[in-house]
Design a protein around this ligand. Structure first.
Ligand code: ZN
Length: 179
């Protein structure tokens, strides 16, 4: 495990915040492109056909890394995920093939196809509800559909015991690293 870890490179942002772990091969590529600088090296050498160099342990990006937050994509699977694969009317749990989605306010009434108007439904409930509101159909939503919160595009999670010691000084920035 230690050997495997020592072929990986911790990438820091320009501000020395750990942002990801990459293979040493990738680190060398980024280095040759002038995108990173090496902050720490491992003790062991890497030998390629013609050159010998130290394996980079910690590198730092030389340009600003934008920590984008991504919206959760509006898709069938993500709707099911938000609703934990449960029909929001009867509460039955289903597999992908057992589920469909339902417009709470029917499309024919101007209901939009968006997070707050779409819920997971089993085919039975979907057929029963038809083009009616839940109230008209005498059906109750288990919970109000919401737009899922933003998810960070990247999280870095490293178990401390798997982190090479060369990374140690650079890991205190991110509490997730301590888990
Ligand atoms: Zn149902």
């Amino acid at each position: 495990m230690a050997i495997a870890a020592e072929t990986r490179t911790l990438v820091l942002s320009l501000g020395y915040e750990p942002i990801k772990v990459i293979s040493w091969e990738r680190a060398i590529t980024l280095l040759s492109l002038g995108k990173i600088e090496v902050i720490e090296e491992y003790d062991h050498d890497i030998r390629s056909t013609s050159i010998v160099f130290k394996c980079p342990a910690v590198v730092r990006l030389l340009s600003v890394f934008k920590r984008h937050k991504k919206r959760v994509k509006f898709s069938r699977v993500n709707i099911f995920g938000r609703d934990k694969y449960r029909c929001q009317y009867c509460g039955d749990k289903g597999k992908l093939a057992d589920l469909t989605y339902d417009h709470v306010l029917p499309k024919s009434r101007g209901g939009k196809t968006e997070w707050k108007n779409i819920v997971t439904a089993c085919y039975g409930c979907n057929a029963k509800k038809k083009d009616r509101t839940p109230r008209e159909a005498g059906m109750r939503l288990r919970k109000q559909p919401i737009q899922p919160s933003w998810v960070p595009s990247m999280t870095i999670q490293i178990k401390k015991e798997y982190a090479p010691s060369a990374w140690a000084s650079y890991m205190y920035w991110n509490s997730e690293l301590e888990d």
